[in-house]
Design a binder for this molecule. Structure first.
Ligand code: F6R
Length: 621
């Protein structure tokens, strides 16, 4: 978590840093800060504030923001409470160096004690402060320049870092480095102007040319010169310049009050983008087919798989649970779904032919990244399903399919979930066809239905006002239960997660039939119970579960298939979704739950896009 940004060039750095921090605010927003080397007095000017980037802007208002070199940070606290003193940038003992950091320095307390013995004083409770002090210590002992001192200092550091550091005595140089935390450097050709950031979103409007630093690489950026990249031993490495193509309109609200609502409404269009070029008309038949380059080019390797293990976290884990059902149904391969954070430390059994599927919106989640590194080291073949183009997980995977739903800024994941499920459906269909485990009729029917999903989501979105009105009657609740079965069980988990993240109401998702084994004890007139009861083979059973809740005076909200008269006759609050195949129902049934949690949170006056304690990209363990 945390977002870092840096700039060196001929423009004023401050507005670029602030705009960039706003783009990175999804990564953390409990405090922010920036450091500039002033054009007026050639000194370092550092501004910090507890709170959001807007608070930093207030703190810097009217002050000297004249520099053309600077670094900045938006924080998600790990070590030390959110406060001005713990906010980055941190400054070295002499006041010459200042540094921003994303990650966790695991041996910080040992380093801190050692540095204290050498006369260094610490102002903050952070792990980061040791880095800037250590670099200065190395510099003073060796007499080396900033770049070499950073390199040498980092050799003594355990943990994860993306850092940017500047020296007030050298206003033409910015040094950066990474290990396990992302760092992108944007290069404006010919101008010697550079941008660096935790992801490409703050850079994309200035240049398309990006270098993603690799683990244990140090970037030396000098005004007007070429970027140089070194490994920690000082050997120069090749900086591979990638061309990025980011749709900047996706980075704005576009008239919606919040990113989350915009992203919910984005779903019909971005899911079309996700299928674009992958569901194609066959030249040999009248029906469309799925062509995924990752499946086609790794066909033999994937066909050898006797087991698939899906690793992911949070919402992506919920998508993984649907992926399990899709892959088992269409490909007849046993699938396990593991929390990446558990998998990585579980001494997992990986057989030579196993395929590990990593699902991640950001492509930067530390646990998922570590899980695939672990799996690869044991010989697994890794298939990434990622949104973040060029992200660490995308790069670390052996092959993969991007979900292509555009940047997701709202902290609560919405369009990434449906994008992941669409990609998993396409993979299951393509692989099932290659294996011969799916009948042609079912294959064609599923594709035809998948193509209809964006329009059907539009029909769900038309009920936004109704769901808003319904939500306003449920803000009283302290607990919610979400129940679903089969394909809709992961949707129940996802609905509950969405509600707790942004409305701070405790919610649990359960398989509906499990309710009578415990959770039913919680049901009373104060307990809203959301049933996902669309038409599929377990429909009548879930209707019976609903009766059990009604008998105990629970307040039901039911998600049903259009035209369902039975449930409408039983409960007052019903949201209808269009008919589709059971395996595609989650793509529709999740949408009213996204809207429900959004409207409950808004009605409670909460900060939907930046809920407390959370950050979009969890790049620490
Ligand atoms: C929930 C949410 C998180 C993420 C989780 C994994 O709304 O956003 O639970 O799903 O942190 O993140 P990614 O998918 O980026 O690996």
């Amino acid at each position: 978590m945390c977002g870092i940004i840096g700039y060196i060039g001929s423009r004023k750095a401050y507005p670029i840093l602030i705009k960039g921090l706003h783009r990175l605010e999804y990564r953390g927003y409990d405090s922010a800060g920036c450091a500039l080397i002033s054009e007026e007095d050639s000194d370092l000017h550092i501004y910090k504030a507890k709170g959001k980037v807007a608070d930093l802007e207030s703190a810097a208002k009217g002050k000297d923001c004249s520099g053309t070199i600077g670094i900045a940070h938006t924080r998600w606290a790990t070590h030390g409470v959110p406060s001005e003193v713990n906010a980055h940038p941190h400054v070295s003992e002499t006041g010459n160096l200042t540094l921003v950091h994303n990650g966790i320095i695991e041996n910080y307390s040992t380093l801190r004690e050692q540095l204290k013995k050498h006369g260094y004083h610490f102002q903050s409770e952070t792990d980061t402060e040791v880095l800037v002090q250590l670099i200065e210590y190395v510099m003073s002992k060796t007499g080396e320049d900033l770049a070499t001192s950073v390199r040498v200092a980092l050799k003594s550091v355990f943990g994860a870092y993306a850092i940017a550091v500047i020296d007030r005595r050298h206003p033409d140089m910015l040094v950066c480095a990474r290990r396990s935390s992302p760092l992108a450097i944007g290069i404006v050709d010919g101008d010697g102007e550079f941008f660096l950031a935790s992801d490409a979103s703050p850079i994309a409007e200035y240049t398309k040319h990006i270098v993603y630093l690799k683990d244990e690489e140090v970037g030396v950026i000098e005004r007007g010169k070429h970027l140089k990249v070194y490994d920690l031993n000082g050997a120069e490495t090749e900086a591979e310049v990638k061309e990025i193509d980011l749709d900047l309109s996706m980075l704005d609200h576009e008239g919606f009050p919040h990113f989350m609502l915009k992203e919910i409404f984005d779903q019909p269009n971005v899911l079309k983008d996700c299928m674009q070029g992958r569901i194609v008309e066959s030249p040999y038949s009248h029906s469309p087919q799925v062509i995924l380059s990752a499946v086609t080019s790794n066909r033999r390797r994937l066909l050898r798989a006797r087991r698939i293990v899906i690793v992911s976290c949070g919402t992506s884990w919920h998508a993984g649970l649907i992926g399990k059902q899709l892959l088992e149904h269409f490909c007849r391969i046993p699938v396990e779904v593991a929390y990446a954070s558990e998998f990585r430390y579980s001494d997992p059994v990986i057989e030579p032919d196993d395929v590990v599927v990593a699902i991640s919106q950001s492509g930067e989640t530390a646990d998922t990244l570590a899980a695939i590194q672990q799996a690869k080291s044991q010989g697994a073949f890794v298939y990434g399903i990622v949104n973040g183009v060029g992200s660490s997980i995308a790069r670390e995977s052996d092959t993969g399919t991007y979900i292509h739903v555009g940047p997701e800024i709202g902290v609560a994941s919405t369009k990434a979930f449906t994008g992941q499920v669409v990609v998993l459906t396409m993979i299951a269909l393509a692989l099932g066809m290659a294996k011969g485990t799916v009948e042609q009729d079912e294959y064609e029917q599923t594709i035809r239905e998948l193509i209809q999903i964006p329009e059907k989501i539009n029909r769900v979105l038309e009920q936004n006002d109704k769901i808003k009105q319904l939500a306003s009657r449920f803000t009283f609740a302290h607990n919610f239960l979400y129940l679903g079965r089969g394909w809709n069980y992961p949707v129940a988990l996802e609905g509950a997660l969405k509600l707790k993240e942004i409305s701070y109401i405790h919610a649990e998702g359960y398989p509906a039939a499990e309710m009578k084994h415990g959770p039913i004890a919680l049901v009373d007139a104060e307990m809203p119970v959301v049933f996902i009861a669309t038409h599929h083979k377990l429909y009548q059973k879930i209707v019976s579960n609903m009766q059990e809740v009604i008998s105990r005076h629970g307040r039901i909200i039911a998600i049903v298939t259009e035209g369902d008269e039975q449930v409408k006759g039983m409960v007052e609050d019903v949201i209808e979704i269009p008919e589709t195949l059971a395996c595609l129902a989650p793509l529709l049934s999740v949408v009213p739950l996204q809207l429900l949690s959004y409207h409950v949170a808004v009605a409670k006056g909460l900060d939907v896009d930046q809920p407390r304690n959370l950050a979009k990209s969890v790049t620490v363990e």
